[in-house]
Design a protein around this ligand. Structure first.
Ligand code: PHE
Length: 340
């Protein structure tokens, strides 16, 4: 029996060495060590052995089993190594192939324009203030020289929450809030960006849109300062060649008031479809802060003056990028947004 066992052992080791793939190796393992394998087969004859022989043969069989298992394991890793090596040699890598692009997000075009506007005014020494989007009638209208029943309230069709509370229709209430909290300090050079709400909905109006309010209060601030500030802004935003034009207008909270146009970004003022052949595009409303607004918050309009302006961010973005339907800015269509 001893010699039978060592014969099996030698034969098995030889077979293991010759085998070249993992599947065949497994078949050999079953052949020699499996339940119906050769080793087990020999041990079935143990019954015929004497009581002294049995443990000796048993121990020998266990040793052989362990040895064979070890051999199989090391052959296995040898074969795996060989297979990997072969695969590596067969594989050629084209290092000139372009890599897989990593999809990165980007800022929404409105955020880009807003950031640019902020950057320009921060460069001129302005700082940023914010105010609430849910506003009281007082800050949105009254304090801005728009008493109840004032016809100019109709210019800004509002979303009311209660009689006294509404969604702000413009960023001008931030003027009042800033004056109140800073009085009697001057100079003030502030921009106030944010969302505003009006009952309007078409290709150039959305019920929610964005404005940037800007205002300066100091001793001897003039209309010329307003013009210079806005010209600087227009040139930085739309290009060195831009000119601006101020047309008389009306806002209850500024006096005098103006609509501000830039020379058409499309035709450079020659006249085209974009500017309805006028050569000019309206970009914002502005004026000298009404004495009543200053007085409402404690400032003495005899001692300090100021200018203010308010622009629509969507409008600036549409002009800058040639977008003709404002609603595209809010549809979140990646094919559109990806272009900016
Ligand atoms: N608040 C005005 C509007 O929304 C714009 C404006 C702001 C005009 C400041 C003059 C001064 O129409």
């Amino acid at each position: 029996m001893k010699s039978e066992l060592s014969k099996i052992k030698e034969q098995a080791i030889e077979d293991f060495k010759e085998v070249v793939d993992l599947e065949k190796l497994e078949q050999l393992r079953v052949k020699y060590l499996g339940k119906k394998g050769e080793l087990t087969g020999v041990l079935r004859g143990m019954g015929k052995l004497t009581a002294e022989e049995r443990p000796v043969i048993g121990q020998l069989a266990n040793e052989i089993r362990a040895q064979l298992e070890e051999t199989i394991e090391s052959r296995k890793s040898e074969l795996a190594h060989i297979a990997r090596q072969a695969k590596l040699e067969a594989e050629t890598i084209d290092v000139t192939l372009p890599g897989k692009p990593v999809a990165t997000g980007k800022r929404h075009p409105l955020t880009q324009v807003l950031d640019e506007i902020k950057e320009i005014f921060l460069g001129m020494g302005f700082t940023i203030e914010e105010g609430p989007e849910i506003e009281s009638d007082y800050y949105n209208f009254e304090a801005l020289n728009l008493p109840k029943e004032h016809p100019a309230r109709d210019m800004q069709d509002s979303f009311y929450i209660t009689n006294e509370v509404l969604l702000r229709t413009h960023t001008s209430p931030v003027q009042v809030r800033t004056f109140e909290s800073n009085f009697p300090q001057v100079p003030l050079r502030i921009i106030a960006p944010g969302k505003v709400y009006r009952r309007d909905d078409d290709a150039t109006h959305s019920p929610m849109f964005h404005q940037v309010e800007g205002f300066v209060v100091d001793k001897e601030v003039t209309f010329g300062d307003l013009r210079g500030t806005l010209l600087t802004f227009a040139k930085e935003m739309f290009g060195e060649d831009r000119e601006i034009r101020l047309r008389p207008s009306y806002f209850p909270f500024t006096e005098p008031s103006a609509e501000v146009d830039i020379s058409c970004v499309n035709c450079d003022g020659q006249g085209c479809r974009v500017c309805s052949n006028t050569g000019w595009l309206e970009i914002l409303g502005a004026g000298m802060i009404h004495p009543k607004v200053l007085a409402n918050t404690g400032y003495d309009p005899e001692k300090v003056t100021g200018f203010a302006f308010g622009m629509g961010v969507e409008r600036i973005a549409m002009l800058k990028y040639g977008i003709n339907d404002l609603r595209m800015l809010f549809e979140n269509d990646i094919r559109f947004l990806d272009q900016f």
